[in-house]
Design a protein around this ligand. Sequence first.
Ligand code: NAP
Length: 299
Amino acid sequence: MAAEIISGTDMARTIRTEITEGVQEMKGRTGRVPGLATVLVGADPPSQSYVRMKNRAASEVGIESRQIDLSEEITEDELLGWIEGLNADPDIHAVLVQLPLPDHIDKGRVLEAIHPAKDVDGFHPVNVGRMTVGDPAAMIPCTPLGVIELLMRSGIDPRGQHAVVVGRSNIVGRPMGALLLSEQRGGDATVTVAHLLTKDLASHTRMADILVVAAGAPGLITADMVRPGAVVIDVGINRIEDPSREKGYRITGDVRFDEVKEVASHITPVPGGVGPMTIAMLLSNTLRAARALIPGSSG
Ligand SMILES: NC(=O)c1ccc[n+]([C@@H]2O[C@H](COP(=O)([O-])OP(=O)(O)OC[C@H]3O[C@@H](n4cnc5c(N)ncnc54)[C@H](OP(=O)(O)O)[C@@H]3O)[C@@H](O)[C@H]2O)c1
């Protein structure tokens, strides 16, 4: 039997409605709304489009969004000065610096400069540490948080299950493993994290009750690598050249959707799976940050 297809698009729409209500409630209580600042350095077209998308999504739920476009030539100290200003700005509760940054800027210094309470991407070492030890105060990176939300809202609880994560990046694989392992909602799994040096990847993926793939390797996961009845979450977003498309490319995941859907019990599509959930979690983290920073904003 073919797998149930989990629509991240539909789920994200529901979450955005909930966030809109949360923002309205905050406005009613305090007269204030959450403020999100997105900082973009340079003119990288994909980054420009991500930032535009994030700001549009924020405005749609009633979050005040401020886009700060800075020149590719900006010095590290100047950029740190901007972040300091946003940290001190009472109308800004969430600060996001779009990555990648130009080579002459030390990414670590920049991410560490964002106040942990406003760090809606969850990349500050304080938040990484808090997440790793299961501190509920942690700001959690949006993509892995989106995956947990997507699982739980689909009635799939990782508790006691064997979760296999393919990929160990700081923004997806590693925090994904930590969340699945944590003792919090959406955790309590037994976790394997695989990467490029993993020997015989298929022997690990075939053990998974829940398989989360974040490798950036188009079509890496084939049907024979998936245990019948497993849940398959495809985080990959890969651009594949396709002259038949208007843009000259199409977007594909790390999982061979057409064949794996015949084996899995649940599967996420690309696009329309984890991607929309990531943006929804950015809005959710922004509302959460604002609630923590605006006195009297939650009941
Ligand atoms: N849906 C979303 O919202 C969202 C958000 C972020 C990223 N993404 C997508 O998710 C994918 C991963 O992103 P990322 O930033 O985590 O990428 P990344 O920094 O390039 O990390 C990829 C990870 O996958 C591992 N890997 C790559 N090829 C592999 C293979 N053949 N077998 C086993 N492991 C392999 C790498 O191993 P090593 O560590 O050994 O190199 C690395 O740990 C990309 O397609 C990205 O576009 C999607």
